[in-house]
Every structure is written in structure tokens, then in C-alpha cells.
Design a protein around this ligand. Structure first.
Ligand SMILES: CC(C)(COP(=O)(O)OP(=O)(O)OC[C@H]1O[C@@H](n2cnc3c(N)ncnc32)[C@H](O)[C@@H]1OP(=O)(O)O)[C@@H](O)C(=O)NCCC(=O)NCCS
Length: 240
């Protein structure tokens, strides 16, 4: 079935600005899920057992990703699911997909860019999270004690967004670094700084996780707040 006009992914300058140091980055987003659209034949097996909503978010995320790849001059290739659940991008491409649902709103987006920045390489991560209260137990798993203290130092009306900003920055970092390290990084391995500022934050490593030794720290994270979501873009660079 054909995609309807309103569900075509659209290029977003606002989201591309989350990757200010990445020349040629392309970000496409959609505010509705593609429905009754068949998956790419080479990707169908990855969602054959999924419920309809999951199929739709996967298909829409891949549609955003292929629109972004086209901006890099690339063919609409399949993007298989890797061992760590990551999308497998073509050689020399890095990218990231996110999809989030808030009552009455969908947000699906994908970013791509060339990864070879000789003599360095980059990985990019895009994440969106709904701004909502975190239960204490969940907050304590996602934020370090220092991050919780930094959130508590903010005016009351900023705390909920700030806590979600930490969470989203870490998820975007996880996706970006995975392209380079292929490693699991826990929420307690990283610390987000700059919560009192708006827009740009830094991620610092606070554990001695060896997998991250290739990455240049601190890592910048850009964030915007839009329609009840925190949307984060992280670029990781390999060390010189
Ligand atoms: C992988 C993870 C970050 C996804 O985030 P999420 O908020 O649950 O979901 P999002 O919609 O934003 O992103 C889902 C997309 O992430 C991508 N993704 C999944 N695993 C990934 C990985 N290992 N590397 C890169 N991207 C990955 C996929 O494209 C997925 O969409 P798809 O299955 O339709 O292709 C999250 O589920 C997770 O496992 N987090 C724990 C690890 C972590 O964040 N540690 C913090 C380190 S500081």
C-alpha cells in the first residue's frame, strides 16, 4: 500500500542542529506511524512475531532512516537488526533511530551521517523521552547520586525535565558509543553535567569501563524540549 502524504518523513533542521559538529548529517522525523505498509522484505523476519504497534514503529523508523540515507546519496538498503538490537548501517555510515509515544502524539526520527572523519571516526545517537515523573526506584537506577543532587538543586518546576534530560542524554550516548565499541554501558558508568544550562550538556565517564577507552571525553549532548519530550543528540568521536 502507498504511504499517505502526512506520514512521509520530513527533514528537520531543528533536529539536525543537535549534531552541530557533524557536517552532512541528515535527520528525518515523522509524527505518525506508517500503517498498512509492508516492511522491507529483508527486514520482515525481525518483526514477524511483533505486535502491530511495534511493527509500525519499526517500519516508520526504518522509513525515516532510509529518507536520511537518501540525503547522503545512498540507496534504500535494508537495515538489519544487530546482536545488540542496533540497526546495522552500511559501511562508513553511522546513524540512530528513536520512537516515542505520548498520549495522542507519536515521534519517530532517524539520523544518519558518514562515520569516517579521518583520522577519527564518529558515532551518533538520537533519543527522545516523554517528560514525566520518575518513581524513586527508577530514578535511583538511571541517575547517579550526584545527578540526583544536581536535579534537586534546581527550581522545583525544572526538576522533572532535568531528570528526564539526564536519562535521555545517557540513552543517546549509549546508542552513539555502541556503533564504535559494541559494548554495554550502564547508567552508573556515566555522569551528565550542565543540568542548570539549557541546550548543551556534557557526558563524562565515571567508571573505568575499558570499552570506552577509544572515546574522546567529555562528550557533548545537545537537547531540545518539544511537545512534552526531551530530544537528545550525541556525537562521540574516537580519540586521536
Ligand atoms: C537501546 C536503548 C538505548 C533504546 O532506547 P529506548 O529509549 O528504549 O528506545 P528508543 O525508541 O529511543 O530507541 C529504540 C531504537 O534504538 C536502537 N537501538 C537498540 N539497541 C541499540 C544499540 N545497542 N545501539 C544503538 N542503537 C540501538 C534501535 O534502532 C531501536 O529501534 P528499532 O528497534 O525500531 O530499530 C535502551 O533500550 C537501552 O537498552 N538502554 C540501556 C543502556 C543505556 O542506555 N545505558 C546508559 C549508558 S550511559
Amino acid at each position: 500500500m502507498m504511504e499517505s502524504a502526512e506520514t512521509q518523513p520530513a527533514r528537520s533542521d531543528e533536529l539536525e542542529a543537535l549534531f552541530p559538529d557533524v557536517e552532512g548529517v541528515a535527520v528525518y522525523e515523522s509524527s505518525s506511524l506508517l500503517q498498512d505498509v509492508a516492511p522491507h522484505p529483508a527486514e520482515a523476519a525481525f518483526i514477524s512475531k511483533a505486535v502491530d504497534k511495534r511493527k509500525e514503529e519499526f517500519i516508520t523508523g526504518r522509513a525515516c532512516a532510509r529518507a536520511a540515507l537518501a540525503s547522503l546519496g545512498m540507496e534504500p538498503v535494508p537495515l538489519p537488526v544487530g546482536e545488540g538490537r542496533q540497526p546495522e548501517w552500511p559501511n562508513n555510515v553511522t546513524g540512530s533511530i528513536t520512537h516515542t509515544r505520548r498520549v495522542g502524539h507519536e515521534f519517530i526520527a532517524a539520523a544518519t551521517a558518514f562515520s569516517d572523519r579521518a583520522p577519527r571516526r564518529i558515532g551518533i545517537g538520537l533519543d527522545a523521552e516523554v517528560i514525566q515523573p520518575l518513581k524513586d526506584g527508577v530514578r535511583d537506577m538511571l541517575l547517579t547520586p550526584d545527578e540526583i543532587a544536581a536535579v534537586e538543586d534546581l527550581p522545583v518546576d525544572q526538576r522533572e525535565t532535568a531528570a528526564i534530560a539526564v536519562f535521555s542524554a545517557k540513552e543517546a550516548f549509549y546508542k552513539a558509543q555502541y556503533a564504535i565499541t559494541g559494548a554495554w554501558v550502564g547508567f552508573g558508568d556515566m555522569h551528565v553535567l550542565g543540568l542548570a544550562q539549557s541546550g548543551t550538556r556534557q557526558l563524562a565517564q565515571i567508571s573505568d569501563l575499558e570499552a570506552l577507552r577509544e572515546i574522546e571525553f567529555p562528550v557533548d549532548c545537545r537537547q531540545i524540549v518539544r511537545n512534552g519530550l526531551v530530544i537528545s543528540g550525541v556525537t562521540v568521536w574516537t580519540r586521536l
